[in-house]
Design a protein around this ligand. Structure first.
Ligand code: NDP
Length: 274
């Protein structure tokens, strides 16, 4: 864990997962970026801007393009952190699906592999396959996505390996405080998807006012709020200037009063289903 969240810290500050692996607090999300040039460019721009963490999934259809950009960048593999995910239709063939993802990415190993949705059918078998792949060192850390407290409780009772990560929708407008506290108590790192509410709440007056006072954008303030809550952020953009903007969240600090303003915005907003 980052020990002092009240001060600014450098780009690529990391959190330590429950198995000792370091996970950068900022990652580029590539959902809905078309495969081919748009994904390749976005990943290259992100790497240029200093990101070292990319979040993709077999479901996104752009793993090959992510892999191509990684190779083109010339950045050492060990300096990067790559996440991909297992889609429920592959739960019965998890091992095979994992290796297909790994091959599409052109990587020897994956840093983080997630069960994408807590679909009940074959979920336990899929996790067992992930445990095997992890034990065989094909994956540095395994985790889940879209799991509630109840689903995590069931998981913890049944399985040996505690997920390193739970990736969920998380923003000031969808502040899952209980889930965050549960994950922190069980050493499961929370990751925020749709941390910018897919752009839908960037015109909120309280945020616009705060951002203006801080000389930052609303997007930067929202991302900063999440990392100060010790949550990894995965903003998606396919525009060079926004990819860079979203990385400039390590040079300012929100005060407890400013954090409280963002805390008060929760309305269980679901960007995913809008
Ligand atoms: P985000 O909250 O990251 O919002 C992305 C949207 O905001 C895009 O329309 C983007 O447009 C716009 N945007 C980005 N930066 C800025 C900015 N600085 N100012 C104004 N607008 C901005 O939503 P996502 O749902 O894409 O979530 C991010 C990532 O989380 C995904 O890419 C994926 O990796 C992951 N995810 C995981 C899920 C899961 O089930 N595990 C589900 C959903 C997402 P533009 O591209 O034009 O800049």
């Amino acid at each position: 864990m980052v020990s002092d969240m009240s001060s600014a810290f450098p780009l690529n500050a990391s959190v330590e997962l429950n198995n000792g692996v370091l996970l950068p607090l900022l990652g580029l999300g590539v959902y809905q970026i078309p495969k081919g040039l748009p994904t390749e460019q976005a990943v290259l721009w992100a790497l240029e801007a200093g990101y070292r963490h990319i979040d993709t999934a077999s479901f996104y259809g752009n793993e090959e393009s992510v892999g191509k950009a990684i190779r083109e960048s010339g950045i050492k593999r060990e300096e990067m952190f790559i996440t991909t995910k297992l889609w429920p239709t592959d739960f019965f063939n998890a091992e095979k699906a994992f290796h297909k993802s790994r091959e599409r990415l052109g990587l020897e190993f994956i840093d983080l592999y997630l069960v994408h949705w807590p679909s009940p059918i074959a979920r336990d078998g899929a996790w067992k396959a992930l445990e095997k792949l992890y034990t065989e060192k094909h994956i540095r850390a395994i985790g889940v996505s879209n799991y509630s407290v109840a689903q995590l409780q069931t998981h913890l009772k049944k399985h040996e390996i505690v997920p390193a990560v739970n990736q969920v929708e998380f923003s000031p407008f969808n502040y899952k405080k209980e889930l965050l506290e549960f994950c922190q108590a069980h050493k499961i790192q929370l990751e925020a998807y749709s941390p910018l509410t897919r752009g839908k709440k960037l015109d909120h007056p309280a945020l616009e006012d705060l951002a203006k006072r801080l000389g930052k954008s609303v997007a930067q303030v929202m991302l900063r709020w999440a990392i100060q809550r010790n949550v990894v952020v995965l903003p998606k953009s396919q525009r060079k200037e926004r990819i860079s903007e979203n990385s400039q969240i390590f040079d300012f600090v929100l005060s407890p009063e400013e954090m409280a303003i963002l805390d008060s915005l929760n309305e269980n907003y679901r960007a995913l289903f809008k």
